[in-house]
Ligand binder design. Structure first.
Ligand code: ATP
Length: 447
């Protein structure tokens, strides 16, 4: 198999595992789906929440200088006029002159044969390029008019900038400080593709970190650059798959003085995972001008007033989910049998521990297993009970969803030593642990 075929197969295997085991389903599936939308199932939600919680802890709770925000998705249309999204948030669209399918023109290579761009689907010539605005427009209230227009937000960032004054008035923070938000964003992408990599509805985790423009912005930029790389390690991405791409002058937004894209080697190719941008005073400046409300900062010591500058680390939740899945997906042989398993770091694993009674039809084993299960569930939350099928099959089922530890209650447990067998997902190694010491044992391993 060529590398490309292998990678295509890996994507297919990941998508199929996600569906089979309740991580991610096609959106509106029973109606034939809705392009660019995906639904997270029970294990997917738990996995995604673990990623979001790690992020929130690292960038909000564990810091003293970042304020959490959860702004409304629908915002006054003037927000998006001020930022330029209404006029300019567009991608180049080209239609195939033969089959009429539409593509993002900048993602299609020029053909070596004739120097033109061709349709990836039927090889017809692509027609002229038009700019296509990606905002989802809607109407708010009972009367549709120019004034009722609103947009589903295309990024979470502006929900923070418009709350800058509120944060200042309620908390009186000193610069530098940040605002952080996790939430949905919507873009009417011309060509959603590659599973949850490019969708029309997705989640972002963003920080707008405000700094004093009279001071050195590069120190803060460097700080977040390192923190972003750290985060990729915390969720379990392999460092050899993460790289940084400095965006050159020609490709950077006109207001940005520096932008780095963090890229990941996805199975379909190396593509953007996160972005880090120095946005200067663009956003606050635009909102001040457009709303007529002063959005300046008063330096209490020098009595100087100025617009803070912003450094923005921007993370895609769903792209993190996909990157973690593709690095965790492992096929190996254990005990002479082929298996598929997700080598998740414990922090992101949707199920931390699974508890099994050795046999289903022995009440004393069931009772003890239930007791162990309930106690562990109280402590670790995401614990699963499974008494279905032989132990080997139950191990495989847990391996496939990335559960780090499986615990089996057997006859020795109830008749002899009050100990259980703990089995490690990656090595398959089993060891006996006393029930009284189980919680301590798992706590150490699950950090
Ligand atoms: P791309 O060039 O891939 O379209 P972008 O540069 O437009 O992405 P940003 O506007 O910087 O993306 O958004 C910040 C982050 O949000 C991205 O790094 C990515 O993780 C995520 N993101 C953006 N668009 C999508 C999408 N359509 N589907 C899923 N995640 C997305």
């Amino acid at each position: 198999m060529s590398k490309k075929e292998k990678n295509n197969k890996l994507m297919e295997d990941i998508i199929s595992l996600c569906k089979r085991r309740g991580f991610i389903y096609q959106g509106s599936e029973i109606y034939g789906g809705l392009a660019g939308t995906w639904d997270y199932g029970p294990l997917g939600v738990a996995f995604k929440n673990n990623i979001k919680n790690l992020w929130w802890k690292k960038f909000v709770t564990d810091r003293e200088d970042v304020y959490g925000v959860d702004a409304a998705i629908l915002m006054n249309q003037n927000v998006w006029k001020a930022t330029g999204h209404v006029g300019n948030f567009s991608d180049p669209l080209a239609e195939c002159t033969k089959c009429k399918k539409r593509f993002r023109e900048d993602q299609i290579e020029i053909s070596n044969k004739d120097g033109f761009k061709h349709c990836p689907s039927c090889d017809g010539l692509l027609g002229p390029t038009k700019q296509f605005n990606m905002l989802f427009k809607t109407s708010v209230g009972a009367i549709e008019s120019e004034e009722s227009i609103s947009y589903l937000r295309p990024e979470t960032a502006q929900g923070m900038f418009v709350n800058y004054k509120n944060i200042i008035d309620s908390f009186h923070p000193k610069l530098p400080f940040g605002m952080a938000q996790i939430g949905k964003a919507f873009r009417n992408e011309i060509a959603p593709k590659d599973f949850i990599f490019r969708t029309r509805e997705f989640e972002q985790m963003e920080i707008e970190y405000l700094i004093d423009p009279r001071k050195d912005w590069q120190v803060t930029f460097e700080h977040f650059r390192k923190e972003m790389i750290d985060f990729t390690k915390e969720v379990g991405l392999k460092s050899e798959h993460v790289s940084e791409h400095e965006i050159g002058d020609a490709d950077r937004a006109f207001y940005s003085k520096r932008t780095i894209d963090f890229e990941f080697e996805f199975p379909f190719g190396t593509s953007e995972l996160y972005g880090l941008a120095y946005r200067t005073d663009y956003d606050l400046g635009r909102h001040e001008k457009s709303s007529g409300i002063e959005l300046k900062y008063l330096d209490e010591e020098t009595k100087e007033k100025f617009t803070p500058h912003c450094i923005e680390p921007s993370f895609g939740v769903d792209r993190t989910v996909l990157a973690v899945l593709s690095d965790a997906y492992t096929e190996d042989e254990l005990g002479g049998e082929k298996r598929i398993y997700l080598k998740f770091v414990p922090a992101v694993a949707p199920v931390k521990v699974a508890v099994f009674p050795l046999l289903k039809n022995k009440p004393q084993l069931i009772e003890k297993a239930q007791e162990v299960y309930k106690n562990l569930k109280k402590e670790f939350g995401n614990v699963m009970f499974d008494d279905n099928g032989n132990i080997g099959k139950r191990y495989r089922r847990q391996d496939e969803i990335g559960t780090p530890f499986c615990i089996t209650i057997d006859f020795d447990t109830v008749e002899k030593d009050n100990s259980v067998t703990v089995r490690d997902r990656d090595t398959g190694k089993q060891e006996r642990v006393e029930i009284a010491k189980l919680s301590e044992f798992l706590k150490k391993k699950l950090v």
